[in-house]
Structure formats: structure tokens, C-alpha cells
Design a binder for this molecule. Structure first.
Ligand code: UT7
Length: 337
């Protein structure tokens, strides 16, 4: 049995900054509401013609992670790509990144859904392949193009102000030192809450021509996301805390052992609630939602990359990743850096 560790991290966000004031010109919202309820000051949106897409942003983040891991692109044995906003209905973005990177082998590419928990799920998938010895280097990517699919009218204001675009990536590699790297991953789902945070179409149940035929006035638009915000918020704070404690317990660790918690950047109020509940200090929790909004599968790898770049994660640190999102799905990763 082998162990995996993160050998390289990278992130990419589009240059185009969209402030709360910018959004208030499109819909009935304002900077005070957005900051008070979510902590978000600005986010990045792909600009038409800037060449970005979910796979392209994932590729840009991956290129940095591969360089930092000091491996060749052709050393990659597997790609795991997490997104809810793929470029195409099919195939997934994993194969597109393989082509963009110019990988000369025929390594497999898996696309993972699982929305805001996508990166945690993807890391867990990668970890299993390394543990069994089947693969040595796995490229894990989380990337989202939310701005391409949001309703920027008044009707969409409670959702569209939250989400942003961006990508993050990690190279997971076989660790030479047992005890260093990913100690365990913990995944959960509860499908009874499917519709509380969902987007119906385009899908086989909500195919575009049928949507238009059923809904000539365009009142209910099933190809925009729906979220029961307060309901999701309540479940998030419970599940985040549970799954962090579950991960610590599995490794005989205490809350005090956490050097850095990187929560999925859902809402600054959610992160603050978890911090208070676990009695963590400010330097034990990393947040950057203020600059990027909620980038779903990309939020953890972007935050992890920034925390590492800022020297906030050091060798031997206990690092915890935790996520909650649509499905509902949730999970945690416990690592020794
Ligand atoms: O990442 C995956 C998981 N996602 C989450 O964890 C998100 C969880 N939920 C949330 O973060 C919060 O529920 C939101 C930020 C989405 C919403 O905050 P809230 O405090 O739960 O607000 P609310 O939906 O209860 O709405 C409060 C009021 C309503 O007006 P009335 O009915 O009180 O008059 C809304 O119409 O705020 C209004 N509102 C807005 N006002 C200005 C909703 N969106 C906006 C807006 N600007 N953008």
C-alpha cells in the first residue's frame, strides 16, 4: 500500500474583475447586501474573446502545478477533472486538458461532478489509485465557468452575485515517506436534497427544445441554477463541522492539531461559523472568497495554492480540506504536508 502527497499546486483566474457595484448595474442588488450576507467584494468572470473556458482555465492551472511538481506532462498517469460547468455536454473536460497539455501518452481522464465537493471527491479518487499502486502521478483539477450560465436579471440575484470563474490544480504523486501526504479522505452524500441546489437543464429530462415548448413565456427557466439558500446554509454548517471532526478522529488528531483549514469558499459567513464552532484562530483558516466569490470545484485548489504561495503551509503541517455542496455532497481530506 502506498501513500499520495501533493507535489505541485497551481491556480488561474480570468483577468476580468467584476465588483459588487458592477453587478448592481445589471440587477437589483448592492455592495452592502452582498458583503454583509456573503463577504464577497469582487469575483472574476471570463470575458468574451479572452480565450478562456472551463478546460482552458483548468489547463492553465495544471501547467503551473506540473512545473512545480517538477515532472513532465508525459509522467501523468491519470487526469481527474472536477466541474459542474463543462465546456460541452459531453465529452468531459479531462480529455480536453490532456490535449491542451499535449500529453503524448494515452492516460485515462475521469470527470467528477459533485459540484462544490468536486475537488475533495477528485482528490479522494486520485488518492485511491495511488494507494493501490496503479498510478504514480495524478493530475487533479477543479475549474468552473459560472458566468457563462447565470441569470444576471433581478430574478437570479440571490445566486448570481455569489459565483465566480477560475481554476485550481494539484499534482498528486506517490510519497516516499510513509506518514507524509494524504492521511485519509471522507466522502458523503444525501440525495434526498437533490432539488435544493440544482440546475435542471439542459439534460435528458429538460432538453432545450422541450423547455422552450413547455415554457413559452420563459417564466421558469430550468437552465439557470436554483438554490434554497437558507436551507443549504443550515445543512452546510452542520456537515462541514461533522466531516472535519470525522477526519481528525480517524487519524487520532485533535482540533488543536489543525495548522491550516481550507474550507470550500461557499460563503464567508459559513467559514466564520465553522471557525467559531471549532474555536480556530484566524491563522488556522484560509479564506479568499472576498476576491473570487464561490468558484465551486475550483475554490479549494485556488485557496490551497494561495495559502501555499503565501508561506502559510509548511512541511509537517496538518492541513484539512473540507467541502459541502449540491447533492447534497460533502467531504474532507486530512493531510500532513
Ligand atoms: O457552495 C455550495 C453551497 N452553497 C452555500 O453554502 C450557500 C448557502 N446559502 C447562502 O450563502 C445564503 O443563503 C445566501 C447568501 C445565498 C442568501 O443569504 P440569506 O441571508 O440566506 O438571504 P435570503 O435568501 O434569506 O434573502 C434575504 C432577503 C430577501 O428579501 P426579503 O424577502 O427579506 O425582502 C431576498 O429577496 O434578501 C433578498 N436578496 C437580495 N437583496 C439584495 C436576495 N438576493 C439579494 C441580492 N441583493 N443579491
Amino acid at each position: 500500500m502506498y501513500q499520495s502527497k501533493i507535489a505541485g499546486l497551481g491556480s488561474y483566474v480570468p483577468e476580468n474583475v467584476v465588483t459588487n457595484d458592477d453587478l448592481s448595474k445589471l440587477m437589483d442588488t448592492n455592495d452592502a447586501w452582498i458583503q454583509e450576507r456573503t463577504g464577497i467584494k469582487e469575483r472574476r468572470h471570463i470575458k468574451k474573446g479572452d480565450g478562456n473556458s472551463t478546460s482552458v482555465m483548468g489547463f492553465k492551472a495544471a501547467k503551473i502545478a506540473i512545473e512545480r511538481a517538477k515532472i513532465s506532462k508525459d509522467d501523468i498517469d491519470l487526469i481527474v477533472f472536477a466541474t459542474l460547468s463543462p465546456d460541452l455536454y459531453f465529452p468531459g473536460c479531462g480529455v480536453m486538458v490532456q490535449e491542451l497539455l499535449g500529453i503524448n501518452n494515452t492516460c485515462p481522464a475521469i470527470d467528477v461532478r459533485d459540484q462544490c465537493s468536486g475537488f475533495v471527491y477528485a482528490i479522494s479518487v486520485a488518492d485511491q489509485f495511488i494507494k493501490t499502486g496503479m498510478y504514480k502521478n495524478v493530475l487533479v483539477i477543479g475549474s468552473e465557468n459560472h458566468s457563462g450560465g447565470l441569470d444576471f436579471s433581478d430574478r437570479g440575484r440571490s445566486i448570481s452575485v455569489i459565483f465566480g470563474d477560475g481554476a485550481g490544480a494539484a499534482v498528486l504523486t506517490r510519497s516516499n515517506h510513509i506518514g507524509q501526504g494524504i492521511l485519509s479522505t471522507h466522502l458523503h452524500s444525501e440525495g434526498k436534497h437533490v432539488m435544493e441546489l440544482s440546475q435542471k437543464g439542459p439534460s435528458t429530462e429538460y432538453w432545450v427544445p422541450q423547455i422552450i415548448a413547455d415554457n413559452p413565456q420563459g417564466d421558469d427557466i430550468p437552465y439557470y441554477p436554483y438554490m434554497n439558500g437558507p436551507f443549504v446554509f443550515k445543512h452546510a454548517i452542520t456537515r462541514f463541522t461533522e466531516v472535519i471532526l470525522e477526519g481528525l478522529k480517524a487519524n487520532g488528531l485533535e482540533i488543536d492539531d489543525i495548522n491550516m483549514l481550507i474550507p470550500h469558499q461557499a460563503n464567508l459567513r459559513i467559514s466564520q461559523f465553522i471557525q467559531q464552532k471549532l474555536k480556530l484562530s484566524d491563522d488556522q483558516v484560509f479564506n479568499n472568497i472576498q476576491k473570487y466569490g464561490n468558484t465551486t470545484a475550483a475554490s479549494i485548489p485556488i485557496a490551497l495554492t494561495e495559502a501555499w504561495e503565501q508561506g502559510k503551509i509548511k512541511d509537517g503541517d496538518t492541513v484539512v480540506l473540507a467541502a459541502f455542496g449540491s447533492g447534497f455532497t460533502w467531504g474532507s481530506v486530512i493531510m500532513e504536508w
